[in-house]
Write a protein that binds this ligand. Structure first.
Ligand code: COA
Ligand code: MG
Length: 364
């Protein structure tokens, strides 16, 4: 057999195996779906004015208030990003990078991560790869995993997948990651962007697959991509964003039901900081964990909106002390600040204190 024929046979066999694996995984997804319909989702969704800090995943310890995109093709912005006090930096290989700069961006991403770490940046460092419709996922992952090692770069803390429409997208990513994660048992934290009506309708299955069935990734946050969403919907963007109210509420509800962080829409009108403040505070009241930003000036406003106030921190600290005092005297429920307090309120108070610690840590 000639070399090219042998290569062709090997690659066809690989494609067949890959399809079988995907079929197996999609049937696993429907099994998971059936299993889930029999059991209730374990995360308890809290109620009341302080519920916005509720999140049962380990992300709790990293405050994802401001997630800033940095085009990975732009050295100047990469350097600037390393000096900023921002919670999450998403080095972008997708829509913030021109098509003829994709290769350049891939080559830079490992050193951008290493550069941030070398100057002591405390930000979570994420790479936004391209979506599956682009056909660029494998090239992006190769650059992130092999390229970063070759050029002395660093691996990201998490991967971000845009245009996530179906659980099959996660199954495909899980499979692609298995190549890079051979021999590693820790799954890669994954942040997905939901940016189409189909993606919104499939969100429950996406969350189930990402939190329960995937082997090489672990879903950690949902991001609302409002501009692509509106493009597919045929809607028009307004300042108060009423046209995406249902989508915003649906996304945050799914996120919290599965113990995930929820990251709100980006405000592309980046010079209007007053409207950013209003929109950020609204997102925080809706239960969002944080917000996407595109410019350094947006960061402090967004961080302030998604941080507990000093009154909330004082309330939470005192409530935790009071709870433990009452437990010692055998009381499960008691009155604090004129309200009945029991375990759910303790959980909310602990979330606030933990979030405050995470914020203090990243500022120190
Ligand atoms: N990340 C890091 N640094 C950024 C930045 C970003 N996203 N946006 C701006 N900066 C830096 C600039 O480099 C400049 O730094 P320096 O002069 O101290 O070196 C400083 O902040 C001020 O920038 P400014 O001149 O006001 O903005 P700009 O005209 O250079 O860029 C945008 C404006 C909107 C093009 C730019 O903010 C951007 O590219 N944002 C990201 C867009 C993106 O990723 N979109 C896709 C996801 S929605
Ligand atoms: Mg988008």
């Amino acid at each position: 057999m000639s070399n090219s024929l042998a290569n062709c046979v090997v690659s066809r066999t690989f494609m067949c195996l890959r399809k079988i694996d995907l079929l197996f995984r999609s049937s696993a997804t429907s099994l998971t779906r059936n299993a889930l319909s029999r059991t209730s989702v374990s995360s308890r969704v809290s109620t009341g004015p302080l519920s916005r800090f509720y999140c049962s995943s380990s992300n709790m310890f990293h405050a994802r208030r401001a997630l800033m995109y940095v085009p990975a093709s732009d050295k100047r912005k990469i350097n600037k990003a390393a000096s900023l006090c921002v919670d999450t930096l998403a080095f972008d290989l997708e829509d913030g990078v021109a098509v003829n700069q994709k290769e350049n961006a891939r080559r830079s991403v490992g050193s951008a991560i290493a550069g941030c770490r070398s100057v002591g940046s405390k930000a979570e460092l994420v790479v936004r790869i391209n979506g599956f419709e682009s056909g660029l996922v494998d090239d992006d992952l190769d650059a992130v995993y092999s390229g970063s090692h070759d050029s002395g770069g660093g691996l990201p803390d998490a991967i971000m997948l845009p245009k996530c429409d179906t659980p099959e997208h996660l199954a495909e990513l899980d499979l692609a990651l298995s190549v890079h994660h051979e021999g590693t048992t820790t799954p890669v934290p994954l942040i997905v962007i939901i940016e189409s009506p189909v993606g919104l309708l499939n969100l429950r299955e996406v969350c189930q697959f990402g939190t329960q069935s995937a082997r090489h990734l672990r879903l950690s946050a949902l991001v609302f991509g409002s501009d692509d969403f509106l493009a597919t919907l045929g809607g028009t963007r307004t300042k108060d964003a009423y046209e995406v109210l249902y989508a915003r509420q649906s996304l945050v509800t799914h996120a919290k039901a599965f113990g995930l962080d929820a990251i709100d829409l980006v405000d592309i009108d980046y010079k209007d900081l007053d409207s950013l403040r209003v929109q950020s505070e609204e997102g925080a009241r809706m239960g969002y964990t944080g917000k996407q930003v595109i410019h350094p000036d947006q960061v402090p406003i967004v961080q302030a909106a998604f941080s507990p106030s000093s009154t909330q921190t004082k309330w939470a600290t005192e409530l935790i002390e009071a709870f433990h005092r009452h437990q010692e005297t055998g009381k499960g429920a008691f009155v604090f600040d004129g309200r009945m307090i029991d375990k759910p309120l303790l959980l909310q108070a602990e979330n606030i204190v933990r979030l405050q610690h995470a914020i203090s840590n990243s500022n120190s």
